[in-house]
Write a protein that binds this ligand. Structure first.
Ligand code: FAD
Length: 386
């Protein structure tokens, strides 16, 4: 009989792995431990809920109890693992010691907060990175009893998606970022600018090319002071200033980690025997894409490995579909800075091709009606991890 398996994390990686494993092995003893409420939900839907008027309970497919029953696992919720002893294969949970046979770290990535948040702003300056956060954010907006004024700091995927979603849900949004145009890591600047135009035309406020000098309050208003001078007044501030893989636990246990995540080979094995990593926390042979498709491919491969057939993962050329219906965006960022971006199209319908020195396509970005080219271009682009 296989050794008991413990999975840390009940996000799409942890639960996805358990689902894949159960398709191959119904009997193995599995314990899933999670610091959050353990609901089975799709994280990408968090930034679509206001448009659809979805309360948090509608975003969860199943609660932790239903997960445990349907997937024949012990599920421990609101349980934070504090340390791992890889020699004795033991987890530390407060005073409790729990042994494991094999361990999968699927602890995801945590929001980064680039500046101090005054205590007086607790509950008004928030991040939304899981369903529990979404519950709190949704409740804070609901408590106003009127459309909210939301300042979003950060114009990456999470910031732009929430900006579009909140605006479509009837709220007033100001998007603040140090870069000159939205989606700086996914789009070359001319395409980012057209997304900015689409946002502005729909009534969104944009404060770009400026950092945040500080946060304060005046009565029930939150004041965001800008480096460029001036300020934004809001009811709530949503911080979308990036995510960092949660590697601290692994690092303290002596596993090989880097800022990009816990280092694994193609079979998701870490540097410690019997310990694997998966999802946003894992850097697989130097690649940590932090998207769903790579995570699902990893879960599938790791389930096979854990079920007795060692299997390497492969990532295809998978573009990211940004959920900004005000202007649809698709991006396959080049793995290294391209020699040139070749940009074609009109107005908001643009195609940007990232080319290597020898003219090879190494990535692309599409806006508006050009997003329909995603399949054709993805076929010509290199795999993320071939
Ligand atoms: P997480 O979902 O972060 O799960 C981590 C788990 O680990 C949690 O259960 C947590 O409680 C647990 N944990 C952490 N530390 C401990 C500990 N010490 N002890 C116990 N448990 C612990 N990707 C796409 O491909 N397409 C999209 O459209 C898209 N949209 C997105 C929209 C938003 C708003 C966000 C935030 C992300 C989006 N992504 C999208 C990215 C995608 O959702 C993530 O890549 C994916 O959900 C990561 O899953 P995960 O399981 O690795 O991590």
């Amino acid at each position: 009989m296989s050794a008991p398996l413990t999975i840390l994390g009940s996000g799409m990686a942890g639960l996805g792995l358990l689902r894949q494993l159960r398709a191959l092995d119904k009997e193995r003893s599995v314990t899933l431990i999670t610091a959050d409420s353990g609901d089975d939900y799709s994280k990408p839907l968090l930034s679509t809920g206001f448009t659809k008027g979805l309360p948090p309970e509608r975003l969860a497919a199943r609660d932790a109890l239903a997960v445990a029953e349907s997937l024949n696992a012990v599920v421990r919720i609101q349980t934070r693992v504090d340390a791992i002893d890889t020699d004795s294969r033991t987890l530390h949970i407060g005073e409790e010691r729990l042994t494991y046979g094999e361990l999968v770290l699927a602890t995801g990535a945590a929001p980064t907060t680039p500046f101090d948040i005054p205590k007086s702003l607790a509950g008004r300056v928030m991040t939304v990175n899981d369903l529990d956060d979404y519950r709190a954010f949704h409740a804070a907006i609901g408590a106003l009893g009127r459309p909210a004024r939301v300042a979003i700091i950060g114009a990456g995927l999470v910031g732009c998606e929430f900006a579009n979603d909140l605006l479509a849900g009837g709220h007033r949004v100001t998007l603040i970022a140090p870069e000159a145009a939205p989606l700086p890591r996914l789009l070359p600047e001319p395409l980012g600018r057209v997304l900015g135009e689409a946002f502005r035309e729909s009534g969104m406020g944009l404060s770009l090319s400026t950092g945040v000098a500080g946060l304060g309050d005046q009565g029930s208003d939150v004041i965001v002071d800008l480096d460029s001078g001036g300020s934004v007044v809001a009811d709530l501030v949503l911080l979308a200033t990036g995510l960092r893989p949660r590697t601290a636990l692994a690092e303290r246990a002596g596993l090989e980690v880097s800022p990009a995540g816990i280092q694994t080979d193609r079979q998701m094995a870490t540097s410690a025997p019997g310990v694997f990593a998966l999802g946003d926390v894992a850097c697989v042979e130097g690649v940590n894409a932090m998207y769903v498709q790579p995570l699902q491919a990893g879960a599938k491969a790791l389930a096979k490995t854990l079920a007795g057939t060692p299997t390497s993962v492969r990532y295809g050329p998978w573009p990211v579909l940004v959920k900004t219906p005000l202007l649809p965006v698709v991006s396959l960022p080049p793995p290294y800075p391209p020699a040139r971006w070749r940009i074609e199209g009109n107005a908001w319908d643009l195609t940007a091709l990232a080319e290597a020195e020898d003219g090879r396509l190494i990535g692309f970005a599409l806006t508006g009606s050009c997003v329909r080219r995603k399949v054709e271009l993805a076929r010509a682009a290199p795999a993320l991890l071939g």
